[in-house]
Design a protein around this ligand. Structure first.
Ligand code: VGL
Ligand code: ZN
Length: 211
């Protein structure tokens, strides 16, 4: 596919990375936590990724019985919010269970040159939307250190979902001092309880650029 002109004009270099967040089967239509239109991003993501030397793939990767699954909590339903030890947690359908087909990258994702797959959400008791830091706000994934060691200072985000994993990662990227851009055409949202509007409000306030 040909890129829209504002993306066609991008000339990413050594210090830039494209972060393709969670392009996994369970977030695609038909998946356990389907994001509406999730698969529609793939042609643009594939075309954009060809411009980048540095492509990174966060992968949601939960053990069975994860704390973010509604099924783990007696009497709870998906999309309810409960309090866990580290704060408020949206409960989800079981999704992206380690080693299952739902956790695999979508077959139409075409980024063979991606350099790093970073798995997150593998601590049984803690969720991790962000690729940088778990939902307890303390436990780091090591991604910021990896990027620093490689002198990567500017991050372009695409992927799923805009209002959870993309937004939380982009906010943490800003906190860690990276120049941060979200390519809106390369994202799709879950949008539960006003989460999408809130995510853009928070990202804009934090200095995330909306492309
Ligand atoms: C995500 C909810 C639960 C995401 C992951 O990738 O945005 N959302 N786990
Ligand atoms: Zn998850």
């Amino acid at each position: 596919m040909s890129l829209p002109s504002h993306l066609d004009a991008l000339r990413p270099g050594r210090g830039d990375a494209l972060i393709v967040t969670d392009p996994q089967n369970d977030f695609m239509p038909g998946g356990a936590l389907a994001v509406a239109g999730g698969h529609e991003i793939l042609p643009l993501v594939n075309a954009l990724a060809r411009r980048f030397e540095n492509v990174l793939l966060p992968q949601d990767w939960h053990p069975a019985g994860h704390a973010s699954f509604a099924s783990t909590h007696r009497g709870r339903q998906p999309f309810e919010v409960i309090g866990l030890s580290y704060g408020q947690q949206v409960l989800w359908p079981d999704h992206c269970v380690q080693g299952t087909p739902g956790a695999a990258f979508h077959a139409d994702l075409d980024v063979p040159h991606a350099q790093l797959v970073i798995r997150k959400g593998w601590h049984p008791a803690v969720d991790s939307y962000s690729a940088f830091c778990e939902a307890d706000g303390r436990t780091r994934t090591g991604l910021a250190g990896y990027l620093r060691e490689r002198s990567i200072g500017r991050l372009y985000f695409v992927g799923l979902a805009t209002d959870f994993c993309v937004a939380w990662s982009a906010l943490d990227a800003r906190r860690a001092g990276f120049e941060t851009l979200v390519v809106e055409a390369g994202c799709r949202a879950i949008d539960t309880g006003g989460s999408l509007a809130q995510a853009w409000k928070d990202m804009t306030a934090a200095g995330v650029q909306r492309l």
